[in-house]
Design a protein around this ligand. Structure first.
Ligand code: HEC
Length: 148
């Protein structure tokens, strides 16, 4: 009984490790997961911008730190062999215009860093966070497939 349980948990551990290794070598899964984290961090701030949630600078700063981290990691996750597959919504013009695409990530990092110091309350949230979200839109408009 005990032995059977042990075998199952060891097998589960191996399967988990294999899954993690696959994600590590899969730039499409990695970039989607980073961007998903960016989206999740943005949600509470979107509520603050709409006025449906109270201003909470800790959540704002957390979102900005997530963007800065993503801006550093994202440019290396578009190798030439990752144009297709993995349900990617990346458009193929990324690979024709890689310097401009990478430049938008650099700008995302810069705008987020500037906003870190500039945002203190609801009034300073709108203009400064708005500038950061403008970079998301600029990139998605040109380099991400529209959702149906
Ligand atoms: C320089 C380009 C660029 C910038 C800037 C950018 N994104 Fe993205 N984003 C992408 C690309 C490309 C994809 C599609 C990745 C794929 O499917 O391979 C994506 C995908 C996403 C996704 C879907 C993730 C999933 O689950 O597949 C979300 C959510 C997202 N971005 C949110 C944001 C937000 C919020 C910002 C700004 C804070 C932002 N992005 C800034 C290029 C960008």
């Amino acid at each position: 009984m005990m032995k059977k349980f042990l075998t199952i948990s060891i097998l589960a551990g191996v399967a988990f490790a294999a899954g993690a290794a696959t994600a590590q070598n899969d730039p499409i899964a990695q970039r989607k997961s980073i961007m998903k984290g960016v989206g999740d961090a943005t949600k509470p701030v979107a509520g603050m911008l709409k006025g449906t949630e109270p201003f909470d600078n800790a959540l704002v700063q957390k979102a900005l730190a997530t963007y800065i981290d993503a801006a550093k990691k994202m440019p290396s996750l578009f190798p030439a062999d990752s144009k297709h597959g993995g349900e990617t919504t990346a458009r193929s013009n990324i690979w024709d215009e890689k310097p401009r695409f990478d430049g938008l990530f650099a700008r995302l990092g810069q705008e987020a860093a500037a906003a870190q110091g500039a945002i203190k309350d609801q009034d300073s949230l709108k203009p400064n966070f708005g500038k950061v979200l403008g970079v998301c839109k600029e990139c998605h408009d040109d380099y991400r497939e529209k959702k149906n």
